[in-house]
Design a protein around this ligand. Structure first.
Ligand SMILES: Cc1cc2nc3c(=O)[nH]c(=O)nc-3n(C[C@H](O)[C@H](O)[C@H](O)COP(=O)(O)OP(=O)(O)OC[C@H]3O[C@@H](n4cnc5c(N)ncnc54)[C@H](O)[C@@H]3O)c2cc1C
Length: 365
């Protein structure tokens, strides 16, 4: 039986990107996925944007470090983003400018005249905004397939329908068993199990870090007038909604964060209704149909920063989890950094400015 250097559990964007990086660094890598195909859970349900400020100042370096790779490989389509508010939100938008002013994100304060030009039918009470021109749509399916293709080319073995349900360690190696009866051996197990990260840690005898899945809902609306294709992503500065055009339709989220068990998340009617109600207070238009609705889980560690690196207590166990609401847009740099940490390799141009201690699992020890 092959003894792999790394067995990565979970083949969403996290596991796929890390598998590619580790294998290209010379490691023998096994990628195990519970579902019939990779990308069924959070990765397949995202709102597909790359937004420089999303997730706070400690996430910005990961997002910016990933930008060039995503752009150069054709995965970004520039759209621009607007954080908007009413008169009483002017202070919050000013504080946003201060908070992100020195992060390297490109942001500019706007007022009603320029704002109204950017959003068709914007109601008059929305007078304040921050403009972020670099924000872009991400081709998520293309990016995920790209990481899987890189991984395959570098020799990674991918096993689907391989729900890991037992981990035991002896003589410096893990024996990994799946519900389907598979048995594998590896020196390292890497936890890229998304919403299931804490459960997987328990299988390995590691202390769960408190990674909690939060449900987020998205609806696709057909509206009249049709939303212009080049309209920006619009986010509420108070975190009540965001929306953007998508192929002649509108994708809208109530920006919900409902605590959930790890599961195949589904949208609740109340969250769909809340999204529509909030949207109607922003844009004057007729909603003709709710064409689609979906939900996914965004999994956060207690400080809402991701967790990359070796477990401080359990030998041979590492984390690549807690990707929260920015696991797609940060994936190139996050995977490069995590692979460098696990392989003991030096930094490169993509990762040299990243502070790995921010994401170290040992911060919760
Ligand atoms: C509605 C929504 C909108 C979002 N919008 C954006 C956005 O615009 N931009 C952005 O960057 N991010 C966005 N995100 C966040 C992004 O989708 C996540 O951060 C990212 O997909 C997490 O990837 P992952 O690989 O960690 O998790 P997942 O894609 O969930 O993958 C984890 C995998 O692990 C597998 N697994 C779990 N346990 C086991 C086990 N025991 N054995 C084998 N396999 C196992 C699961 O089956 C799953 O496939 C959004 C998320 C949601 C829900």
């Amino acid at each position: 039986m092959t003894t792999y250097d790394f067995a990565i559990v979970g083949a969403g964007i996290a596991g796929a990107s890390l598998a590619a990086e580790l294998a290209e660094g010379g490691a023998r890598v096994l990628l195990l996925e519970a579902e019939d195909r990779p990308g069924y859970h959070s990765t397949g349900r995202s709102a597909a944007f790359w937004e420089e400020c999303y997730g706070g100042p400690e996430i910005v370096p990961l997002t910016l470090a990933s930008g060039e790779y995503l752009r150069d490989n054709g995965f970004l389509h520039q759209r621009g983003a607007l954080y908007i508010g009413r008169q009483e939100d002017a202070g919050a938008l000013d504080r946003f400018m201060e908070r992100f002013g020195n992060t390297g994100a490109t942001i500019e304060r706007l007022h009603r005249e320029t704002l109204a030009e950017k959003v068709l039918g914007l109601r008059e009470d929305w007078t304040e905004a921050v403009w972020e021109p670099a924000c872009a749509d991400i081709d998520v399916a293309g990016l995920h397939a790209h990481f899987l293709a890189r991984a395959r080319k570098a020799g990674v073995d991918l096993e689907c329908r391989a729900l890991v349900d037992s981990l035991s360690r002896k003589d410096g190696h893990w024996t990994i068993k799946t519900a389907a009866g598979g048995t594998y051996k590896a020196s390292w197990v890497v936890n890229a199990a998304g919403a299931w990260a804490d459960s997987l840690a328990q299988l390995a005898g590691a202390r769960p870090l408190g990674i909690g899945p939060l449900r987020r809902t998205v609806v696709q609306l057909r509206i009249d007038p049709v939303v212009p294709a080049d309209q920006p992503l619009v986010l509420d500065i108070s975190g009540q909604f965001y929306f953007k055009p998508e192929a002649g339709r509108l994708w809208l989220s109530p920006h919900d964060e409902i605590p959930s068990e790890p599961c195949d998340a589904a949208p609740e009617e109340i969250d769909v209704a809340t999204a529509i109600d909030r949207f109607q207070q922003v844009v004057d238009c007729r909603i003709e149909a709710v064409e689609r609705r979906w939900a996914g889980l965004r999994s956060f560690s207690p400080d809402r920063l991701p967790v990359y690196g070796r477990d401080p207590q359990v030998e041979g166990f590492a984390w690549f989890a807690g990707q929260g609401g920015y696991g797609i847009q940060t994936s190139p740099a996050a995977a490069r950094l995590a692979a460098q940490l696990l392989l003991g390799a030096g930094r490169d141009a993509m990762t040299e400015k990243l502070d790995a201690s921010l994401y170290d699992p040992a911060r919760f020890a």
